[in-house]
Structures are given as C-alpha cells and as structure tokens.
Design a binder for this molecule. Structure first.
Ligand code: ADP
Ligand code: MG
Length: 498
C-alpha cells in the first residue's frame, strides 16, 4: 500500500473496468441517417439486439484499441489533422477538443439540430462525455428532471431576496439548459448499453440519481442525454471537507444507493468519479450505470455448488508456502473461478476479489466505506493494488490474517500468504487515520469528539469483511453519524420520493 503521495496516485484512481461480461458485436447500418432514433417518445429501442459473453484483461486492451479506432473513424476530419505533427504540436488541448466536437457535430445529425457541444468533460474506455447546450430546451416540459437537479435548489442561499439571489437564480436557470451527453462507443456491448438505459429509466424520479432525459443512436454510437450537474472534483475537495461536508456527501450517496438497492440494482462501480458532488449545494448525483446489474442476475448458475479452489495468485496452501519466497506462484495449476469482477481497482469488496459468484448490493457499501476512508485518512486513492491478489494483501495488511481467513472461509475459500508484515489481527482504523491525517484529526476531535467516533464506527460497519454483517444504505442513513444531520436542501424538498 502506497500512502505517501496522493496527488501522484490520482492517475491510478481513474476509471478502470475489469469485467467478464462484455464483448462487442457491432451492427453497422447501411443507412446511418435512418438510424438516428430519438427516444424522447420512447417509441423505439435504440440498441441492436446482440449479446455475448465475457472477456478478461486482454480483451479490455483490445477494446481500448477498438475504442480509439472508433473514435477516430467518427471524427475523420480530426484524424486528418492529427496526422500532421507540426500542426498537432501547435494545437492546445482546448483546440483539439473543439475540433473533435466540430467533427462529431458534423457527423451526427441530431447534434446539429438539438445540442450544441461546449466542452468535453469525461472520457474512458467505453464512452466520452460532453457538456452541451440543449438548443430545444424551451420546446419541452423539463420540470420533472429540473426538480431533481440541485441547480433549481430553492432552499439554500437562493432563498433570500437579495440581488445576489436573483443573479443566482438566473444563473441556475441558465445552467439547467446544459446537458451531459454521454457517447457510448461500440466497444460497450449492445446489451450493456440497453441495460444502462433501462436502469436509468427505472430510476427516473429518484433523488440523487442522474436522470435520463432522452437517448438516441447514430450508427454504432449510443448517446445518453442527462441534466448537466455542476460539481467539485473529489480530488480537489476531499482534503478540505469538514465533518458536516462529509455527512452531506454520505447522505446524498447513501440516498442514491438506498433507491438503487430497493430496486434490487447493484451499481458495481461506486467511487468518487461516479458520484458528482456539489459542495455549495451540499448534494450529489450518482452517475454511470454502465456496470450496474439487477440482483436476480447476480445469482450465477453455479450458486449452491461447492466453490472450487481459487487461482488468485498470492494465495497458496501447504508446506510449500513456508519455504517459498514471498510473491506470486508463476504457474498456478489450479482451475480459475469465474465471477463478475467488474469495478474499479481499490474499490472492490473482498467477496468480489475472492471471486464469489453470488454477489449482493453489499459490494456497493464496501466502496462507500473505501471513499469514507479516503476522506478520513486524507489519502486518495487509498488502495492502489493492480490485481486481485495484491488487493487482498492490501486489505489483509489492515484487517489482519485472522479476519481475512474467516472472510475467505465464509465463501469456502482459503487465504494464505507468507508475507510476514501482515498482522495477525486487525489494525485500528481510527489510529491509522489519525496517523495519516494528524492535523485534520486534531481539529475534528477538538470540535466534536463524538462525531469523529461516530464517523469511525460507520466506516467500520461499511468495511465489514463479512458482507452479511455489512451495514445497508438504509441503516447507514439512520446511523448516529448521519441521523442527527439535517437533510441537504435538495433532499428536504424532495423527501417524499425517498
Ligand atoms: P464512463 O462510463 O466513461 O466512466 P461516466 O458516466 O462516469 O462515464 O462519466 C464520465 C465523466 O463525465 C464523469 O466522471 C463526470 O466528470 C462527467 N459527467 C458524467 N455525467 C455528468 C453529468 N450529468 N453532469 C456533469 N458531468 C458529468
Ligand atoms: Mg465513470
């Protein structure tokens, strides 16, 4: 575990999907223009019907290549410019983005008539996200999703009748015209795209969850349109968060999860990059349902059968373990266990790392616990291992051998390691955070010691190794750390939908 320089670690916290569930089968249209299916009226399904199985790391690399190629092919004028190094070197990042957006607008008819791209705000293996102006905003009734966007907040500083307030209201009204346009590449399977849309549709009206305004398809690309949500980057604000900020952050995130989990949906990729938080408005928005799963699908066909031994490399059994140097077994002959391991490294629950086939909504709560650990320890990302074996070792270095063995046994696995520095019993998370975040801890404790103790207690309950004992989103919202806190302004006006 590297705990020294959080700024350098940030890079590694970026989206990293490792999944066994997708393999693109692209369908190319002979008539691209005909394929611009607006979903505003929900008349047609935007995604082709094809679904396939499972790939691993190598496949992900291939997908990245395909993604790059797909992007280039869709922005052919950009590609031409990129091939000229002299021009390329003179172009600023901003100009590059502008050219990319111009090319995209040129090739996608709906963009020309409906959305004016203003900035690129995210890009990953499976998608690019743009900030865009909804040109036809006034043509539609947007009230249902404006309400859930905190830009329309009427309870905070916008309430008093000063000149400032009016300016804020006007600015906020302007903000509502912006949307986040998520362009999903063909590298994501059609099944996965359809699933993301279906989940967003099912969750319409839920507080703290990104609302789907509409969706459309252009050739192999699917576009999701969501309200643009102004937010603070977690990496810029987690070190400055007060205990009150932390409470509001958690209340919004757990409220989103409470909704999600009550629909028996598992997000599977909970992390700060997928939860947009606005410090001023004290509220947040859960996004990115690309890996989300409905729980009935989580029960795999081999549930109930005795689990097979694991091939996770840093685990080993027997006498050989004592004589071998610490490290990996190069040629592990044990049969590999297949389980959904999608998610982001550092945020995966122990049962995901142990490749347990039956996974529950509790894996999302573990990820919230890791996020809280970042806030309380002042270290982000907290866990940085590159593979499952290393990740288990990182967790074991805090929770100790005894509990790791018990956790593994719960899932009919064994956990062994000859790394001597791993403690027999768990370290105190409280002490760990105190050591790593001494100054903040002093301030927090001086201010309200009980608050700190409550925060620690909640974090420990979220980071229960045994998923059956892990606190639920609803229970967490009623935990003393959060229950005495007033609801964030945006939630107190929409609490009926909780
Ligand atoms: P990916 O599947 O590529 O991770 P996400 O849906 O997580 O895509 O979006 C990537 C990034 O785009 C986010 O981290 C955020 O910065 C930005 N983004 C996504 N949706 C919105 C939104 N509704 N409002 C503002 N920014 C957004
Ligand atoms: Mg994401």
């Amino acid at each position: 575990m590297e705990l020294d320089d959080p700024s350098q670690q940030q890079q590694q916290a970026d989206d990293h999907h490792e999944t066994e569930s997708t393999c693109p089968k692209q369908q190319h249209s002979e008539n691209p223009e005909k394929d611009n299916h607006e979903l505003k009226e929900q008349k047609q399904q935007p995604t082709p019907e094809s679904a396939t199985i499972a790939t691993d790391h190598q496949e992900q690399t291939k997908k990245k290549d395909v993604a790059n190629k797909s992007t280039n092919s869709s922005t052919s004028s950009t590609s031409k410019i990129d091939k000229t190094p002299r021009v390329d070197s003179q172009l600023s990042k901003k100009q590059h983005i502008q050219r990319e957006m111009d090319a995209l607008t040129k090739s996608v008819k709906v963009l020309r008539t409906h959305y004016q791209l203003v900035d690129k705000i995210g890009s990953g293996t499976f998608s690019s996200v743009y900030k865009a102006l909804d040109i036809r905003y006034d043509t539609y009734d947007n009230s249902w999703w404006d309400v859930s966007n905190p830009s329309s907040d009427t309870n905070s500083e916008n309430m008093d009748e000063t000149g400032n307030t009016r300016r804020n209201k006007k600015a906020d009204k302007q903000q509502q015209r912006f949307v986040a346009l998520k362009q999903i590449y063909a590298t994501s399977s059609p099944k996965r795209m359809a699933h993301e849309i279906k989940i967003l549709q099912d969750l319409r009206g839920s507080s703290c969850i990104s609302q789907l305004i509409t969706a459309f398809r252009h050739n192999e690309f699917v576009f999701l349109v969501m309200p643009y949500f102004q937010h603070n980057e977690f990496k810029d604000c987690y070190r400055n968060m007060t205990m009150t900020d932390t409470k509001y952050y958690l209340i919004s995130l757990l409220t989103a999860l409470k909704h999600l989990h009550s629909h028996r949906i598992l997000h599977r990729d909970i992390k700060p990059n997928n939860f947009l938080y606005n410090m001023r408005l004290k509220t947040g928005m859960l996004i990115d349902f690309g890996l989300a799963q409905s729980t009935p699908q989580l029960i795999s066909s081999n549930a109930g059968k005795p689990p097979k031994p694991l091939a996770t490399k840093s685990m080993n059994n027997g006498d050989e373990n004592k004589t071998r140097k610490p490290g990996y077994i190069k040629n592990d002959t044990r049969k590999s266990v297949k389980a959904n391991r999608a998610g982001t490294r550092g945020f995966r629950a122990p049962e995901v790392l142990l490749r347990v086939t039956h996974q529950t909504v509790a894996i999302d709560i573990w990820s919230v616990g890791v996020t809280l650990l970042s806030i309380l320890s002042g270290r982000f990302p907290f866990f940085i291992a590159h593979d499952e074996g290393e990740s288990l070792i990182e967790i074991a270095s805090i929770f100790g051998m005894k509990e790791m063995k018990e956790c593994a046994a719960l899932h009919n696995r064994t956990f062994e390691t000859n790394i001597e520095t791993i403690p027999a019993v768990r370290k105190s998370l409280h002490k760990l955070c105190q050591v790593l975040n001494t100054e903040k801890f002093k301030l927090w404790t001086e201010d309200n010691k009980q608050n700190v103790l409550n925060a620690m207690d909640l974090m420990e309950k979220m980071l229960a190794l045994d998923y059956t004992k892990r606190i639920t989103a609803e229970e967490a919202l009623n935990h003393p750390f959060l229950s005495d806190s007033p609801l964030p302004p945006s939630l107190s006006s929409t609490s009926s939908s909780l």
